[in-house]
Structure formats: C-alpha cells, structure tokens
Design a protein around this ligand. Structure first.
Ligand code: KG4
Ligand code: ZN
Length: 357
C-alpha cells in the first residue's frame, strides 16, 4: 500500500510518499519539505499570514516533488492522508483544500490525520531508500508510552494499541517548544529556539542557576510558563535591573557567558520536567516501548537524559522526522487504511485548529 501524506499545519509545506508492506513495516520513499522559516526568523516566531501565503505557493510543487522523488505516479498511489488539525487555521486550510481536491480528481480515499498522533507515528518508519536517515530497527511494541514535545504540544499518551490510547497528561500553559522559543527571544538567540538554545547551552554550565520546576496537582501534567518567567527575572537580576526592565532589551546587556549559563540551566530544567514525568509513567504502566515525537524530540539533551534514566533501550527516529513532515502523516494514513478506519469525505472535510488527542 502506498500513501501520499500532506502536512501544512504550521510553517512547513510538506508531502511524502510512504509504502506499507504486508508485515506492516513502513518504507519512506520521499520526504519533500518547503519551509517558510527564513521569512519568520526576522519576527522571532511564525507569522500565520506569511505561513499561509507561502503554503499556497509551495503546495503543488512540493506534492509533485514528493511523487517525483518516490519515482511513482498517481496510478500507484492508494490513498491520500492530510493533517486536518491541530495547527494554524490559514495554514491547515491550504493543505486540506489541496487534499480534498486530489481524491475527487484521482478517485482515491482520503484520510484525515491528527497532527499530534502523526508525530507519534514517525517512530513506525523503519526503512528508506533515501540517503541520510537514521531510523529505528523495529517498530515500537504496544503498550507504548509516547511523549509528544513540540512547539504547540506537550503530552504524555499511553497507547494500548493502534487507535486505542489514553491521554495521561499535558501542559497547563505553554508547550515546551514554545517556552524554548520564548526563552531564546529573551536571550537574543535566533528562532527556532530549541536548536539555538541547545547550541548555546553547550558552552554553558547547566548547574549555574537553579530554576523552579512546576509542582502540579495532576501527576502527569506539565507547566513551562513558571520556568520561562524565572528566566526573565534571572536575566533582569543578572544585569542589576528590576522586574520592570523590558525583556526586548535584555539580550544586548547580557554577556555571552551569562547567556550560555542561562540557556544551559533552562534547557536542563525544561527537559528534566518531561523526562521526570515519562519515567513516572513508565514505572506505573510498564509499557513495552517508549517513543518521543515533535520538534523538541530532536533535542540531543532530551535523547541523552531519557536514554540515561529509562530502564529499557530506546530507539529514536531521525531528527528530520521529529519536526513537521509529510511522512508521519502518510504513515498514519497507511495504518488507518490497514485497520479499516473510516475514510474522510473529500466534499466536506473541515479543518480543526484545536483538535486534541
Ligand atoms: O513539531 P514542530 O516542528 O512543530 C509543531 O508542531 O509545533 O516543533 C517545533 C518546535 C519549536 O518550538 C522548536 O524550537 C523545537 O520544536 N525544536 C527543537 C529542535 N528542533 C526544533 N527543540 C529542541 N531541539 C531541537 N533540535
Ligand atoms: Zn508538529
């Protein structure tokens, strides 16, 4: 079975072709991505209108590129999968409208995909004909504990089987990636904040500053707004100013070593927060596998801390499949088709920017 996946929930216009074999193993045949990131860097975050406009320009070429790279054509495609939520409304609309048109013209089934579930399914890809990918050797086993950490989500989910899961906990305020992006802005580091904080942190002392970890009533919930505000206060204190000092002027007053120590201390506490809860859930539910997904799953600090603290071996997917991509959407489309999940109606499929798990 061969599925084309389309993803436009944020600033990446992405399309990918994935084949599923009879034994349910998934092969990546292409992974085309056009990012509008360069256009957003000057604003320090994604500007929804700019993202939507650039999806309009890129969607058709990216789909063509995905088919071309996969050395396939429409006759070989068995279905189309598209992200219908969660994400930015204007961005989702472009992908969904393209995906609604194609099944009608090409007479193929359409599968509506939850972006966050897609991030989890990136871990089910075990082989590719493309160069430059390091993939897990085997697919994760159920029950599977999934930690989803992205710019829009921080969730801990227990999967008993495909399409049978329970949300154990989630963030009460900012997503972890969002907190990385905001802290990077305070420190004058470029967007996206996760990789730039990771880089700066490697020059700093992660134990230099003690930032608070949130203590929440719900065992598996997270909170990142406290540590983010603590960074703001710490930065103001470091330059000898009060809490009224504007955050936009902090970066020019902080030294490079102060920035590195703050970045390292924040990264340690933010990653420890999600790792602590993952270990807690592992101990309670004893899953056969643990997977991570979402942009922050590319973090080498997260990978290091989890590998160090989890009692079972963990096989990570390629960082290119952690940030937004069409492959994760195509893989979940393959499983939906395989397990006879209902197809979507191309005449009426709507976007759902607030879709939850
Ligand atoms: O999954 P994603 O591409 O988009 C959303 O669904 O939100 O995640 C984007 C987030 C951003 O906040 C970015 O700072 C973070 O993922 N990120 C990283 C890394 N690469 C991207 N965080 C830590 N380390 C990375 N290498
Ligand atoms: Zn994402």
């Amino acid at each position: 079975m061969i599925i084309l996946g389309i993803e436009t929930s944020c600033d990446e216009t992405a399309a990918s072709v994935v084949a599923m074999k009879a034994d349910e193993s998934c092969v990546l045949l292409s992974n085309a991505v056009a990012s509008s990131m360069d256009l957003h860097v000057q604003y320090g975050g994604v500007v929804p209108e700019i993202a939507a406009r650039s999806h309009i320009e890129s969607i058709n070429p990216v789909i063509e590129q995905a088919l071309h790279d996969a050395k396939t054509d429409w006759d070989s495609i068995d279905g189309i999968a598209v992200t219908c939520g969660a994400g930015l409304g204007g961005s989702l609309l472009i992908g969904v409208l393209a995906a609604r048109t194609l099944p009608i013209i090409k007479k193929k089934p359409l599968y509506a995909i939850n972006h966050v579930e897609g991030h989890v399914y990136a871990n089910f890809l075990t082989s590719t004909s493309l160069p430059g990918y390091v993939l897990p050797k085997t697919q994760p086993e159920f029950p599977m504990l999934a930690l989803i950490v992205s710019g829009g989500h921080s969730q801990l989910v227990l999967f008993r089987n495909h399409f049978d899961y329970t949300l154990l906990g989630q963030t009460n305020d900012d997503a972890i990636g969002e907190a990385f992006d905001k802290v990077a802005k305070i420190l004058g580091l470029p967007y996206p904040g996760g990789p730039s904080i990771g880089k700066k942190a490697s020059e700093g002392d992660a134990r230099k500053f003690k930032l608070p970890k949130a203590n929440l009533d719900k065992k598996y919930d997270f909170s990142f707004s406290g540590p983010k505000t603590a960074v703001l206060r710490l930065a103001q204190e470091q330059i000898g100013e009060s809490f009224t000092f504007p955050s936009s002027k902090l970066a020019e007053r902080l030294s490079e070593s102060q920035k590195a120590d703050i970045a390292a201390s924040f990264q340690r506490i933010a990653i420890e927060t999600v790792v602590d809860k993952t270990i807690l859930a592992y101990e309670e539910f004893q899953p056969k596998s643990v997977v991570i997904g979402g942009g922050v799953a590319a973090s080498s600090e997260l990978r290091r801390q989890l590998a160090e603290r989890l009692p079972l071996p963990i096989d990570y997917t390629d960082p290119k499949l952690c940030t937004d991509n069409g492959a994760m959407i195509a893989i979940l489309g393959c499983f939906k088709a395989k397990f006879n999940q209902p197809a979507a109606d191309p005449y009426s499929l709507e976007i759902n920017p607030n879709l939850s798990m």
